[in-house]
Ligand binder design. Structure first.
Ligand code: NAD
Length: 421
């Protein structure tokens, strides 16, 4: 089934991944049939998710789970609850997960899941019933050695706890079936901040390599959820000046630097940036007009496009904390402007590495402390980062193509070794 080219006014998020994947395939040594095999997902399921609402009515939602590639290990990827979720978006995000685990050389494949729903409109009991019903419906294809969900947009440790509980009812106590759980239920200390911490770590390596002094660097971050808020927290801790942040409602701006610890506390108490009054309030899209040294999209796919903002963005480096935040045409414009782009499968891989550690600890029934967690995470990320930089220099290609090429070669190699018949 081919994905639609467009969603709303912009390119469909799946097309972004497909174009990037195909462009890189052209420069790798893999064969035509390997290409077809790698791009197409291993398995996709669409499920009906009927939920008894608090008023007694039953509302039917639609859920998806796409398993992209499992040649290198059990398939791994988050679950997203969002009104724009569709099969193709989930397919694209699943492919990115295979690339991410391949690039980081951790023993997983790629998958992704989602439900088309606006969770802000559900009560907590409705959200729990939705999560449990979705888990029941996709449960047959999950398992600690088959497919392991994790948090993504609008899902969190509590949602992962319900997935764990629902799966365990049918299969016995199985914490390793899902990651990003609360620590008392087998979650790993460090996992919750792992993606943001990893983004900040990669930002520090890239800033050094590309001549940006991180201390005092002006940074704007789009999205202040799990990834954006933790990225802001760690970069602030490293001495960067976070001049603008945004959420779905608005952006906050202070050219002298925002008070991130205070805003962090405010956001987690109020679940929004709305009402915070110690900074200038901008339209959320105006964040992209702020001149910066480093820009970090940490919300949804397609945030930076030619139509919306690529032409006027003034920055030196973009760190893709979100998945697929830049459309391919926007990327051309940004690269022409000599903006360094650190691709998503490298920048935000801390999340899946953290999930890998949680899974390992669950299987071993053993817990590491946070310091050990972050030390091991940074070691893996640094190795991945260096490989991407080295190949880009050697082949004179951009960093995305370099990252994708390393990952695609690893996936193709695993497929070859497992044999075709
Ligand atoms: P989240 O639900 O915790 O937060 C999303 C944030 O984006 C919220 O603050 C929301 O208000 C904001 N937002 C939504 N639309 C916006 C818009 N148009 N403009 C500005 N802000 C907007 O989600 P998250 O887990 O932080 O995920 C963010 C991105 O990072 C996604 O692309 C996700 O796929 C990616 N990612 C997440 C993880 C993880 O571990 N959670 C790992 C890797 C990648």
């Amino acid at each position: 089934m081919r994905a639609p080219e467009k969603r709303g006014e912009g390119i469909h998020p799946y097309k972004i991944v497909e174009i990037q994947f195909e462009e890189t395939m052209r420069i790798t040594g893999i064969t035509y049939s390997e290409k077809k095999d790698l791009l197409f997902p291993f398995r996709e399921i669409t499920v009906e998710v009927p939920v008894r609402m608090d008023n007694g009515d039953v509302e039917v939602f639609v859920g998806y789970r796409v398993q992209h590639n499992g040649a290198r290990g059990p398939m791994k990827g988050g679950v997203r609850f969002h009104p724009e979720v569709d099969l193709y978006e989930v397919r694209g995000l699943a492919a990115l997960m295979s690339l991410k685990t391949g690039l980081m050389d951790i023993p997983f494949g790629g998958a992704k899941g989602g439900v088309t729903v606006d969770p802000a409109k559900l009560s907590l009991p409705e959200l729990e019933r939705l999560t449990r019903k979705y888990t029941q419906r996709i449960g047959l294809i999950l398992g600690p050695f088959r497919d392991i969900p994790a948090p993504d947009v609008n899902t969190n440790a509590q949602v992962m706890a319900w997935i764990f509980d629902e799966y365990s009812k049918a299969h016995g106590f199985t914490p390793a079936v899902v990651t990003g759980k609360p620590v008392p239920l087998g979650g790993a200390p460090g996992r919750e901040e792992a993606t943001g911490r990893g983004v900040a770590f990669i930002t520090s390596l890239a800033a050094k390599d590309f001549g940006i002094e991180l201390k005092g660097a002006r940074i704007a971050i789009q999205g202040f959820g799990n990834v954006g808020s933790n990225t802001a927290k760690f970069l602030y801790g490293m001495g960067a000046k976070i001049v603008a942040i945004s959420d779905v409602h608005l952006a906050l701006f202070n050219p002298g630097g925002l008070n991130i610890p205070e805003i962090y506390e405010y956001y987690y108490k109020n679940k929004t940036l709305k009402g915070y009054d110690a900074a200038e309030v901008l339209d959320r899209e105006d964040l992209f007009k702020v001149e910066t040294d480093i820009l970090i999209p940490a919300a949804l796919g397609g945030a930076i496009s030619k139509e919306k903002n690529a032409d006027f963005i003034k920055t030196r480096m973009i760190i893709e904390a979100a998945n697929s935040p830049i459309t391919p045409t926007a990327e051309k414009t940004l690269l022409e402007k000599k903006i360094v782009i650190i691709p998503d499968i490298l920048a935000n891989a801390g999340g899946v590495i953290g999930s890998y550690f949680e899974w390992v600890q669950n299987l071993q029934e053993f817990r590491w402390d946070r310091d050990e967690f972050f030390q091991k995470m940074e070691r893996i990320m640094e190795k991945g980062y260096k490989a991407v930089i080295d190949l880009a220099k050697k082949e004179n290609i951009d960093l995305r193509k370099s990252a994708y090429a390393i990952a695609i070669e690893r996936l193709a190699e695993a497929e070859r070794l497992r044999g075709s018949y």
